[in-house]
Each structure stands twice: as C-alpha cells, then as structure tokens.
Design a binder for this molecule. Structure first.
Ligand code: UT7
Length: 327
C-alpha cells in the first residue's frame, strides 16, 4: 500500500525584507548575500502567527484536494517556532479548520521536520490507522532570529506549506532518515523556559542573550549538508531500486543555493532537476519543502506519474530523503 499527496497549499506573509533592508541592520551587502546564499528577499510575519499561517496553508491544501475538514483523521504540524506551547499548534489548526475528527500533534525536527512529518503520516496511513492526513510545516523564524548577527539573520524567512495525504494504489517506498545528536552543537537555540521557576528570580535581560536566538556554525552545517544529502539520496534510490534517470525532480530543503548546486553536482544530476525558490523566501526551515512543492504544483510543473525525491537536512543534526509518485 502506498500513499499519495492529493492536495497542497501554502501561505507566505506579504511583508518582505530584501537584502538591502538587512544591510541597514548589520554590516553586510546585497552582493555578499546573493553570492554566498542565493537569497534576495525573505518574507516576515506582521499580523500572522505560526498557527494562523499553518491554518491558511492547510485550508488551501484541503480545498485543492477537494476534501472536507471533517474527513481529516490526522493533523501533524512540524515547527520549531510555534506561538503556542499548549495546546499544540496542530490542535489550534484543528480548531481553525473545524477538523473535528482529527488527532493532532506537533513535531520538532527543524529543517527535516516536513520530511519526517510526511514519513510519519505515511506510516499511519499505510498501517490503516488513519485514512486522511494533513501535514503542515509552518515557521515564524523572524521571532527566533538574532537581528544583530550577520552570520544568521541573512538566511531565514517565515511561511507555511501543507500537503493532504491519503492511501493510494501505487508503489510503497522506504524512506531513508538519519540523526546525529553528537553534532547538534552546530545549530542551536535555547528555550526561554530552560530554567526551573523554583530556583529563584531570573533577570529578564538574560533572555535577550544570543543563546536564546538561533546560533549556527555555518561552515559546519554547510559541509554536513553537501556530504549527507547526496548520500541520503543515493541510499533512498538504492533501497527502492530506483534509478536517477527515473527522478523528475529533487525537492530539497531550501537553505542555500550553493548547497543545492553542490548536491546536484555530487549526484551528477542536472541542476534543472533541482527547483529553487530560496531567492524569494530564504530558509523557512520545515516550511520550505511544502512551499516549494505547492508552487511547482500551482505552476503545473509536477506532472502526473512524476517520481519526486524530497530531501531535508538541518539541526539535530538530522537528514533524510523520501521518494513519491505524483498521482
Ligand atoms: O537549514 C539549515 C540551516 N543552515 C544552513 O544551511 C547554513 C549553511 N551554511 C551557509 O549557508 C554558509 O556557511 C553561510 C551563508 C552561513 C556563510 O557563508 P560562508 O561562505 O561559509 O562564509 P564564512 O562563514 O566562511 O565567512 C566568510 C567571510 C568571513 O570574513 P573573513 O573571516 O573571511 O574576513 C565572515 O566574517 O564572510 C564574513 N561574513 C559576512 N560578510 C558579509 C559572514 N557573514 C557575512 C555577512 N555579510 N552576512
């Protein structure tokens, strides 16, 4: 038994910041950011929240699938930047959509989150536990960004993407996923609830320290990505006896143009098979894969029967790849 994606949706906040706007905040330039990352602009929340963007993306995916909210059995939201801790973002989305029959929970696997959400939903669907799943990646990274750190603030953006999944008659593919907690120090962010409230007063200034915003060893993450992602893709192709020539496109987490180019080169695949939209949105963590997938679908660039590889990588460290047939 296989799964199919029967609808996609996304939401991008209209407010955007281009590289020149960033250059007013930190010592950098449009030229440097374009050359080193490929990013030109990123969108940031104003009125929106992680939950409201997730709900809008989810609603659009359901509309495109032609599925009523009441038919959804599972809502899974992947996020590292929810505006709520309790209830979980997925339950808030359930309330917004009126998906009264859904079981809802969140997943935190950073930039690999949508891929792991997709795999989790697929396992539930394939085992017969649920029939219809709504998987969403939604991030308000602008809230977690240190806007005085030029090594990170140039990269990230906000947005949400969603996919409706159901059981399908096609082929079942095994995913490939990995984690390496020993290397987790390369990309970190401390919770603002990291100390016991029983141990005494806390200086509110302390919560503004850099460890309470995203911190990254950019070169370490870069090297990890360009080595691990091609390996995961090769592994998933091998595990499923699929040849590279059969793959129509590789939808990679959108972190950096140079990472995508390096992955294409290592796989000896043409860059045209690696669509990108990071120039417009920056790195939106777990939202990047479903936003790109939705854009390709809306533009009619994903044809029925196309074999697609999804590949995610990021904090954890975590990474992986999955294959799907577009129905
Ligand atoms: O979802 C996964 C999350 N993260 C990633 O995928 C990030 C992966 N890493 C990267 O994308 C890249 O490492 C960065 C874009 C973050 C940095 O690019 P880089 O080519 O690795 O630059 P670098 O850290 O080696 O820095 C080169 C130079 C340094 O100056 P010196 O020491 O050569 O004089 C930096 O201080 O560029 C300087 N620099 C900047 N200059 C202008 C660093 N950030 C900036 C900046 N503007 N924003």
């Amino acid at each position: 038994m296989a799964v199919i994606i029967c609808g996609t949706g996304s939401y991008i906040p209209p407010c955007s910041m281009d590289n020149n706007d960033i250059a007013k905040l930190v010592e950098t330039s449009d030229e440097w950011i374009r050359e080193r990352t490929g990013v030109v602009r990123r969108h940031v929340i104003r009125e929106e929240t992680t939950v409201s963007m997730a709900a809008r993306a989810g609603r659009r995916a359901l509309e495109q699938a032609g599925i009523e909210a009441g038919e959804v059995d599972l809502i899974l939201v992947s996020t590292i930047s929810s505006n709520v801790i309790l209830p979980c973002a997925a339950c808030e989305v359930q309330r917004e959509l009126g998906a009264v029959n859904a079981t809802c929970f969140d997943l935190n696997a950073a930039c690999t989150g949508f891929l792991l959400g997709y795999n989790t939903a697929a396992a539930y669907l394939e085992s017969g536990v649920y029939n219809t799943a709504l998987v969403i990646g939604s991030e308000s990274l602008s809230n977690l960004t240190n806007w005085s750190d030029r090594t990170t603030c140039i990269l990230f953006g906000d947005g949400a993407g969603a996919a409706v999944m159901q059981k399908g008659g096609g082929r079942h593919y095994l995913p490939v996923t990995h984690s390496n907690g020993a290397k987790g120090g390369a990309l970190t962010l401390k919770s603002r609830h990291d100390q016991s409230v029983l141990t005494g007063e806390r200086d509110p200034e302390e919560l503004l320290g850099p460890e309470y915003f995203m911190q990254m060893d950019g070169q370490a993450v870069f090297k990890f990505a360009v080595r691990s992602v091609p390996q995961a893709v090769e592994e998933v192709l091998e595990a499923n006896q699929v040849k590279k020539e059969e793959i129509s496109c590789y939808i990679l987490h959108q972190a950096n143009r140079r990472i995508v180019e390096a992955v294409a080169k290592r796989l000896e695949e043409p860059l045209e098979k690696f669509p990108m939209n990071l120039q417009e949105y920056g790195n939106t963590s777990s939202a990047s894969i479903p936003i790109l997938l939705d854009e390709l679908v809306q533009q009619g660039k994903v044809k029925r029967g196309a074999k697609i590889v999804l590949a995610g990588f990021g904090a954890g460290l975590s990474w992986g790849a999955s294959i799907l047939d577009w129905a």
